[in-house]
Design a protein around this ligand. Structure first.
Ligand code: SF4
Length: 538
């Protein structure tokens, strides 16, 4: 959201200087002489003086009119050079020209042939709270000759979380360990996946179930991460990590580089043909599954002779070992710095002096070359060039490490009431693939089961899509697009449908707390155009 600094804050939130408190209570006349407007866009009900904003910085009092201060973001398939200019709506509270008339909107000539090139997002659109009213924008447009409707709102999500995928082999923390932000518990470590560690941050228990501070800091963290900004978290008994959507994670101060190509077993199999002939044994060290080439089915298929290597850890299946070491920040996500420490010994009569052994991690970041001496001791030697090239190829096959931030929220009955007077019909229509759900124009995956639980990659959403209200809750854009006749069938607020032209000139239908300007953005190239798309159903 735009930065706003002059705030009235929450009722009773401002800390008065002591001497001001001590002198006298404000006279009644003083109190009533400052005209205020009440914002009812969330349950806080801020009383906002002229020129000030409410506690969330999203609504302001402009000359006695309550306005939504951020522009509504409109998407276009392609945007001309004046893309980022703000265009005021023709409504009270909007900026006007010197003669008092609203400035012309040079970027839209009302050509409805281009209507299916324009999409109104929920970003900056304002909300439906206190839930008795239709969504602020219910926009009618024609797409390929079909009458369409997009219902646009900013949802207030008290029940929501972020699922974070961190591409790393490093040990971040034990499963279920607490994740802390500024000392408060804001989530936990969940499962480790192939090359990634998952975290769950936020959720209703941290937002509302703990102390006020816990809720406030959970909200702050979620807003930062949702808006693609960096935030540092500490994991109990684990690592300190800087998370930022679309960027490499920084674990204990070190920026992660590579995501593994596969586990140790997979790496052995993938590169087996290249290893055979240049090495007599290859061990790919990995916290999860360490691979041993000659014992692995891939080595057997290539007729590789057994090397006699005896591994520590728990043998799972031939050439695949679990628990060779503890998790850590050493080789392959283990806690070891000396890879030989996971070798128990060499079977006499099978192992032979001169045997060539490569040990590497799953990303190739660690790799060493050994030759067995007459006492069957592995002696480190310079790595031959042809072996080095294969290790480099392992690295080349590793994709860049990223943090992925997915917003997961439940569109509850109150939000749905802004769409339909019979909210359950919206849920059913979505599950019947009649209504596309997007968040800021980004495709939202709709979870199976009851309700409308959506998940969206914040990188596909416009920047600064997320706001907060101090209840505490996250504010996020959501749009429902469908045919006009389907909208009528699901009990939609058809009387509140207004054409795109009107949305572009006047903005939201309501006057109280409406946005005052619009702003064009290009749709993310990875996103399908939201209109005339089926939803991504689970
Ligand atoms: S939406 Fe913002 S300004 Fe309005 S009542 Fe809630 S916190 Fe206050």
């Amino acid at each position: 959201m735009t930065e706003h600094t002059k705030t009235d804050g929450l009722p009773g939130m401002d800390v008065m200087p002591m001497d001001a408190v001590a002198t006298r209570a404000p006279l009644r006349n003083d109190k009533v002489s400052v005209p205020k407007v009440e914002c009812n866009a969330c349950p806080v009900l801020c009383q906002i003086s002229e020129g000030r904003t409410g506690a969330c910085d999203r609504y302001a009092n402009r000359a006695g009119t309550l306005v939504r201060v951020d522009p509504v973001v409109l998407l276009r398939r392609a945007v001309e050079s004046n893309a980022t200019a703000l265009v005021p709506f023709a409504r009270p509270g909007a900026e006007t020209t010197a003669n008092g008339a609203p400035p012309a909107a040079p970027d839209w000539d009302g050509d409805l042939l281009l209507a299916d090139e324009v999409f109104v997002t929920g970003v900056g659109s304002s909300t439906t709270y206190p839930d008795y009213k239709p969504a602020p924008f219910i926009v009618g447009s024609k797409v390929r000759g079909v009458d369409m409707v997009t219902v646009v709102t900013e949802g207030i999500f008290s029940y929501c979380s972020l699922k974070i995928k961190i591409d790393t082999d490093r040990f971040l923390g034990a499963e279920q360990a607490n994740v802390r932000y500024k000392g408060e518990v804001v989530g936990h470590v969940t499962t480790a996946e192939y090359g990634s560690q998952m975290l769950s941050l936020g959720g209703v228990h941290h937002l509302t179930g703990g102390s006020k501070k816990e809720g406030r800091l959970t909200l702050e963290l979620m807003q930062l991460l949702g808006n693609k900004k960096p935030a540092e978290c500490l994991i109990d008994g684990g690592a300190g990590i800087v998370i930022q959507a679309g960027k490499a994670p920084i674990v204990n101060g070190v920026e992660e580089q590579r995501m593994r190509v596969g586990c140790g077993s997979a790496a052995v199999g993938i590169f087996a043909r290249q290893f055979a002939g240049v090495a007599d044994e290859v061990v790919v060290v990995d916290d999860h599954i360490t691979g041993v080439l000659t014992q692995h089915q891939a080595g057997r298929c290539l007729d590789m002779a057994p090397s006699g290597i005896e591994m520590r850890g728990r043998k799972s299946t031939p050439g695949r070992y679990f628990q060779v070491a503890n998790p850590g920040n050493g080789w392959g996500g283990t806690d070891i710095d000396d890879p030989l420490s996971i070798i128990e010994g060499w079977e006499a009569g099978v192992a032979r002096p001169g045997l060539r052994l490569l040990m590497t991690s799953t990303t190739g970041e660690h790799a060493q070359w050994y030759v067995l001496d007459n006492a069957l001791q592995a002696i480190e030697q310079p790595m031959p060039e042809e072996v080095r090239r294969i290790v480099e190829r392992i690295g080349e096959n590793c994709e860049p490490s990223l943090c992925t931030v997915l917003f997961l929220g439940g569109a509850g009955g109150s939000l749905r009431a802004g769409v339909s007077e019979n909210p359950v019909l919206l849920t059913r229509a979505i599950k019947n693939a009649l209504v596309n759900v997007t968040c800021g124009g980004a495709p939202a995956y709709v979870w199976p089961g009851g309700g409308i639980t959506v998940m969206v990659d914040v990188m596909r959403m416009p920047d600064n899509s997320f706001g907060t209200v101090p209840t505490p809750a996250i504010v996020a854009p959501i749009e429902f697009s469908m045919r006009l006749d389907d909208y009528a069938a699901l009990g939609g607020h058809t009387a509140s449908v207004f054409p795109l032209e009107q949305a572009l000139s006047r903005g939201a239908w309501q006057d109280d707390g409406a946005p005052i300007a619009r702003q064009w953005q290009t749709i993310d190239a990875a996103n399908p155009w939201p209109l005339a798309q089926p939803p991504m159903l689970g």
